[in-house]
Design a protein around this ligand. Sequence first.
Ligand code: ADP
Length: 502
Amino acid sequence: MSLSVLISASEAVPFIKSGGLADVIGVLPRYLRRLGHDVRLVLPRYYGIDKTKFGLKPLAGVLVVPMGGAGDEYCAVYEGSLPDSDIPVYFLEHEGYFGRSGLYAENNVEYADNDRRFIFLSKGSLELCKMLDFFPDLVHANDWHTAAIPLLLNTTYRHDSHVGGAASLLTIHNMQYQGSFPPATMEILGVGWEHFTFLGVEKDDRVNLLKGGIYNATLLNTVSEGYAAEIQTPAQGWGLEGVLRERNRDLFGILNGVDYTEWSPESDPYITANYSAGDLGGKGLCKADVQKEMGLPQRGDVPLIGMVGRMVTQKGIDVFAEALPRLLELELQIVMLGEGEPWAHFYFGGMAASHRDRLSVCVGYDNGLAHRIEAGADFFLMPSAFEPCGLNQMYSLRYGTIPIVRGVGGLDDSVENFDENLLAGTGFKFHDLTAGALFDTVGWALHTWYNRREGIDRLRQRGMAVRFTWEGAAEKYDRLYKMALKRRSGASSDTPPRATRQ
Ligand code: ADP
């Protein structure tokens, strides 16, 4: 059965990206299309999205978006497509909301009107269906930015000519960010104050858009099975674990796939030399090259550990910072690429300045360098406090770069711990979020590197053979969509599907 699906999100590759969400939104639709679905994507037209480069064309007419107490607002809509596909992408062009240099924040300060910006995106996505005369069977919302959609579908848009019958799926890519705003946001949502309750959108006397989405979505999923279980616990639920437990029969985990057209050492255009599991010769050249690029001594005999990612507490950089002085006493090299919390820029930058032969840090965002680190490093470290899915460990496996990870969320699901006796596994894992556990596990990996090379070779070969395909993930989304449709058609026509409090 082929379905009409509208996917609404705040970012997607190749147009704009701040993290893994963009990778999913830019790739999943392609595989859903291959399954025969009519998939369309809605995004904001941020200042950073170049209309000429992506060949965006204006649609005739103006989109009217009712912003509750603030009245109607208007925007232009530009149409493009996911490159090399026939999947339409619609960009909402609102200079006041999206004509800014940041996506969500500038200089680490969140935009004060993020509620309006993303409620505009959510409502605009639904209004767009009228403009396009599109009748989605399902609207797929992602994270807090578009989590208002399931609530809107159950309320204001319940009897809408185009989306009134649509089921909804809310995918949670990260539980930490919930879209929490003052009560006045209810006026913009315009769904009525009766939804500002603990069985609705209210949390701690504030509007919590993610919570509203969790209560109202026909079905829910996260980006790994491990994370789907973890967010139902106080440690990882960020205060919404109770709500998630109430809906746990409707909550699923689907591990993201990897876009192997972009992330394969055989064909990667960003790296010095291509290589494969059968011929790893090029990997040594990649190592020498990235050492040179990062200003480290070009030594093949010292293990090189790579790190790429946002420098935020989620990624465990505080624990890594604590372990770093001891790590730098070992015979190793570390290269780091990322940006995030200002203290981290100063701390790691300072440590690099005083350990020039061992540590090199690049503060910034550089996709090419991310590829070269994946290819050139021997190990890849991800000591995350929590990790909904994580992509870099999956890229690392493909590049023969052995992941050293904390066994949490998607990291735990995608990396199999090294078994020294059987020479099995794909990486090194630790569980406690402590500098000691991190240090010991890096020590274990280095010990293996220096003393058991056959273990390293086996880990590499096994990792390079693993595939996390989007074909597989898309089939799971396909099943969830169909399940959601069944639920929706079975639901009573008037009452929103609400959970009851235990
Ligand atoms: P998250 O979405 O939590 O940031 P993921 O591991 O799911 O983490 O995805 C991060 C993605 O962003 C990966 O594709 C990674 O390579 C990329 N990335 C993160 N930081 C940088 C950076 N500083 N430069 C280049 N790519 C980066």
